[in-house]
Ligand binder design. Structure first.
Ligand code: GDP
Length: 696
C-alpha cells in the first residue's frame, strides 16, 4: 500500500500539470485553520523542520502545495532536502533557505492583491517524512485589521472553498483553548462536508486547557467527525543553545505532556501526538487515494481518448517540437528572402536607376531649357540645314555642358545607393511584418535591426565607390551612333509621357472649373491680373504712386478658380514648349547623329543618364547587394537562431498561436499517456501479494 500512495502522489503532480479541472484530481490533504490556531506549528512538526514563513502580518499569501516524499533511511541526514520544481533552484538542504524562499514568494504577491490563488509547489525529500501531500492555505482572518480590506476575508474564504472541495481531505486545525463552535475551519468544512466524512480535526494547544477538557474535545461528541480528532502540543520552543534542534524540543515537549496525562487520554482511546497524526494522515490519504483510483483511471482514460482523437483529427498525428518550428521558420525566412532577390537582379536595378535619373534629366531640362525664353531659337537653328553644330552661338554649347554637369554632379552615387538600399529595407520590413513574424514581434524587431545595420554599414562605402566610378562622365561623355539613336528614342518616349501627363492635368482643371470656355475666360483674367501686377511693380520701381490694388474685378471669380487657372496657364505654357522640343527630337537634324548634340540636349542627356545608370548598377551590385546577400542568411543564423537557449526556443514557438495549440495538445496527450501507463502499472502493484515496505 505504501508504494501505492507514493505512486499516486507522483501521478497527482502529473495530473496537476495537465490541467486544474476537478475531474482529474487525486485527493490531497488541505490544511485550514484561523490565524494563530497553530497551523504552521503542526505542519512543521509533521515535516520535522522549521521552514514556513514567520511574521504576524499575513505572510501566507499563496497556497502552498507541499509534497512530502519519504526517502530510504540509509543516510539519515544527507538525504533531507527541499525542491521548488517551478524555480529550478535545485536541491536545497538548508531549511532556513526554504523558509526565506517561501517568504519571498509570498511577499512577491502585491499587497493590493493580498492573496493569490497561484499555488507554490514545494517538495520535501526526507527519510523522516511520510509520503503525503498537504496544501497550506492563507489563514482565516477573524478580525480585519486596519490595513486589511474587508474583501480580503472573502477572498481567502473563496480560495479555501476552492481547495476544500472533493476529493480533498480537510485537515481542520482548531486550538483547544477556543470553542469549537467558533472555529472557522470546522465551519468551512461543514459547509462542504456536512457529515464530516472527509474531515479530520487537529486540536492544537492541548497544553492550554485542562486535560479532561482536552479529552472531551477529542472524543468529538459535540461535532462528530468520521475521521476523528487528533490532539497535539506543537508549541514553538525557544532555542536554548545554538545547536539545539527546535523541532526536537517541540517533540520532547509534546511527549512529556502526553506522558504526564497518559491516563486521561488512554481511557478514551483517543488519538494524541504528532506521530499519531502523521500515521492517521497517511492512512486517510492512502484509503482516499485508493478509493479515487477507479474514478480517476476512468477519467484519465476518457481524457486520453479525447486528446488522441483531437490530435488525429486536427494534426493527423503529426508531432512538432519547438526546435523544429524555429528551424523551419528560419529556413522559410531565408527562402522568402531568396525569392525576392529576383527583384534585385542587375537589369532590374539598372532600369530603376534609369527611371530615377530620367526624373533628374527632366528637372535639368526644365531649369536650363524650358524656362529659357531663347529655347524656340534652338528649334529654328536646328531647322536650318546650312548650320552645323559649330556655327551656333557658343551660348548653346555652354548650356549643354552646364546641363550635363548638373546631371552628373547631382549626387548620383548617394541617390542611387539609397534607392537600392531602400528597396532592400522595404523588402525586409514587409517580410518582418508578415506571417509568421507578426507573431514574433521581438524576433521581427531584431531581424529589422540587423538588416538595417548591414545596410547602414555598406551605404557609405557604396555611394563613395559609385560616385568615384562615374567621375569620368563629369568631364566628358562620348556618344556613339547606336547610343545616340537609342537615347533619342527614349527621350521621345519621355516627352510623350510628359505631354500626356500635362494634358491630363489640364483636362482635369477644365472639368473642375466648368468647361473650356470658362477656363478660357479665367486664363484671360489671370493674364490681365499678371499684367497689372507687372505694371504696379514697374511703377513702384520708378517711384510712381500705385493705383488702388483692389479693383472690383477681383471679385469676378472665386479665389480657388483663380488658383486653378494659374496652374492651367503653367501647364499650357509647358505643353507648348514640350511640343516644340518633341518636334525637334523627331526632326531630321536630331536623327542625324551625335554630332548634333547641341541641337538635341534631350537625347544627349538621356545617353548620359543611361551610362550613369549602367555604371551605378554595376558597382551597387558589387558593393551593396553581393555583401547583403552574403551576410543576411548568416546573420539570421547567428543573431536569430543560435542565440536562443532552450527556454527562448520554447517561448518563440509558443508565440505562434497555432503552434502553441499544437504543442499544448501534444503535451497533454503525452502526459495523459504517461499517467495512464502509471495507473495501469498500479493495478499490477496492487495485486502484488508481497508485504508493503516498512512504514515509519
Ligand atoms: P498559525 O498562525 O495558525 O500558523 O499559528 P502558529 O503555528 O504560528 O501558532 C500561533 C502561536 O501559537 C505561536 O506562538 C505558537 O507558538 C503557539 N502554539 C502553537 N501550537 C501550540 C501548542 O500546542 N501549545 C501552545 N502553548 N502554543 C502553541
Amino acid at each position: 500500500l505504501m508504494h501505492l500512495t507514493r505512486k499516486l502522489i507522483e501521478i497527482r503532480s502529473m495530473l496537476l500539470s495537465i490541467d486544474q479541472s476537478d475531474a482529474l484530481k487525486l485527493p490531497s490533504i488541505v490544511v485550514v485553520g484561523s490565524q494563530s490556531s497553530g497551523k504552521s506549528s503542526v505542519l512543521e512538526t509533521i515535516v520535522g523542520h522549521e521552514f514556513l514563513p514567520k511574521g504576524n502580518n499575513m505572510v501566507t499569501r499563496r497556497p502552498l502545495e507541499l509534497t512530502l516524499i519519504h526517502t530510504p533511511a540509509n543516510d539519515k541526514h544527507a538525504a533531507e532536502y527541499g525542491e521548488f520544481p517551478a524555480l529550478g533552484l535545485g536541491k536545497i538542504t538548508d531549511f532556513s533557505q526554504i523558509q526565506r524562499t517561501l517568504t519571498d514568494l509570498n511577499l512577491a504577491v502585491p499587497s493590493s492583491e493580498c492573496v493569490s490563488d497561484e499555488p507554490i509547489d514545494l517538495r520535501i525529500y526526507s527519510p523522516n517524512v511520510p509520503d503525503l501531500t498537504l496544501i497550506d492555505l492563507p489563514g482565516y482572518i477573524q478580525i480585519s485589521s486596519m490595513d486589511q480590506p474587508e474583501t480580503l476575508k472573502d477572498k481567502i474564504a473563496s480560495l479555501c472553498e476552492k481547495y476544500i472541495r472533493e476529493p480533498n481531505i480537510i485537515l481542520a486545525v482548531c486550538a483547544a483553548d477556543v470553542d469549537l463552535a467558533n472555529s472557522p475551519a470546522l465551519r468551512a468544512s461543514r459547509a462542504v462536508d456536512p457529515l464530516g466524512l472527509r474531515t479530520i480535526g487537529v486540536i492544537t494547544k492541548m497544553d492550554l486547557v485542562p486535560s479532561d477538557q482536552g479529552a472531551s474535545i477529542l472524543a468529538g461528541n459535540r461535532y462528530p467527525l468520521h475521521l476523528g480528532y487528533v490532539g497535539v502540543v506543537a508549541k514553538a520552543a525557544k532555542k536554548t543553545s545554538h545547536h539545539d534542534n527546535t523541532q526536537e524540543i517541540v517533540r520532547r515537549n509534546e511527549e512529556e505532556y502526553f506522558a504526564r496525562h497518559r491516563e486521561v487520554f488512554r481511557t478514551g482511546n483517543l488519538m494524541v501526538g504528532t506521530d499519531t497524526l502523521r500515521r492517521r494522515l497517511m492512512e486517510v490519504l492512502e484509503s482516499s487515494m485508493a478509493s479515487s483510483l477507479h474514478g480517476i483511471t476512468n477519467a484519465v482514460q476518457l481524457e486520453l481518448e479525447e486528446a488522441t482523437y483531437q490530435f488525429k483529427v486536427q494534426y493527423n498525428d503529426r508531432r512538432v517540437t519547438a526546435e523544429s518550428y524555429v528551424a523551419e521558420t528560419m529556413d522559410k525566412l531565408k527562402a522568402r528572402f531568396a525569392e525576392h532577390t529576383q527583384q534585385f537582379r542587375r537589369p532590374i536595378i539598372r532600369a530603376k536607376l534609369k527611371a530615377m535619373l530620367d526624373d533628374k534629366v527632366m528637372d535639368v531640362l526644365e531649369q536650363l531649357y524650358w524656362l529659357d525664353r531663347r529655347t524656340p531659337e534652338l528649334n529654328q537653328l536646328g531647322q536650318d540645314p546650312r548650320k552645323t553644330a559649330d556655327d551656333v552661338d557658343p551660348y548653346w554649347r555652354h548650356k549643354l555642358g552646364a546641363a550635363s554637369s548638373l546631371l552628373t554632379k547631382s549626387g548620383v552615387g548617394r541617390d542611387a545607393t539609397l534607392l537600392v538600399a531602400d528597396g532592400l529595407r522595404t523588402l525586409i520590413d514587409s517580410i518582418a511584418a508578415s506571417e509568421p513574424f507578426n507573431y514574433h514581434p521581438r524576433t521581427a524587431e531584431r531581424l529589422i535591426e540587423f538588416s538595417h545595420a548591414i545596410l547602414r554599414d555598406r551605404i557609405g562605402v557604396t555611394s563613395d565607390q559609385v560616385e568615384n566610378c562615374i567621375k569620368p562622365y563629369k568631364y566628358d561623355v562620348e556618344v556613339d551612333e547606336r547610343e545616340w539613336a537609342l537615347g533619342r528614342e527614349q527621350a521621345v518616349k519621355l516627352f510623350e509621357n510628359e505631354l500626356a501627363m500635362c494634358e491630363t492635368k489640364l483636362k482635369d482643371i477644365r472639368k473642375k472649373v466648368g468647361g473650356s470656355r470658362r477656363l478660357g475666360g479665367l486664363i484671360q483674367y489671370v493674364k490681365t491680373l499678371e499684367e497689372k501686377e507687372k505694371e504696379r511693380k514697374m511703377k513702384r520701381l520708378e517711384g510712381l504712386p500705385a493705383e488702388d490694388e483692389m479693383t472690383p474685378e477681383s471679385y469676378k471669380y472665386p479665389p480657388a478658380q483663380i488658383h486653378d487657372a494659374r496652374h492651367a496657364l503653367l501647364y499650357s505654357d509647358r505643353l507648348s514648349v514640350l511640343k516644340l522640343r518633341l518636334a525637334a527630337l523627331k526632326s531630321k537634324r536630331c536623327r542625324a547623329g551625335p554630332e548634333n548634340d547641341v541641337f538635341c540636349p534631350e537625347a544627349f542627356l538621356d545617353v548620359v543618364a543611361d551610362k550613369l545608370a549602367y555604371t551605378s548598377a554595376m558597382f551597387i551590385n558589387i558593393e551593396l547587394l553581393d555583401h547583403f546577400f552574403y551576410q543576411f542568411p548568416r546573420e539570421i543564423d547567428s543573431r536569430l537562431l543560435y542565440d536562443l537557449d532552450r527556454r527562448e526556443i520554447l517561448e518563440f514557438a509558443r508565440e505562434n498561436p497555432a503552434v502553441r495549440r499544437h504543442l499544448d495538445l501534444q503535451e497533454r496527450k503525452d502526459k495523459l499517456e504517461e499517467v495512464m501507463k502509471q495507473l495501469n502499472s498500479l493495478s499490477t502493484l496492487r495485486a502484488d501479494p508481497k508485504p508493503a515496505a516498512s512504514r515509519r
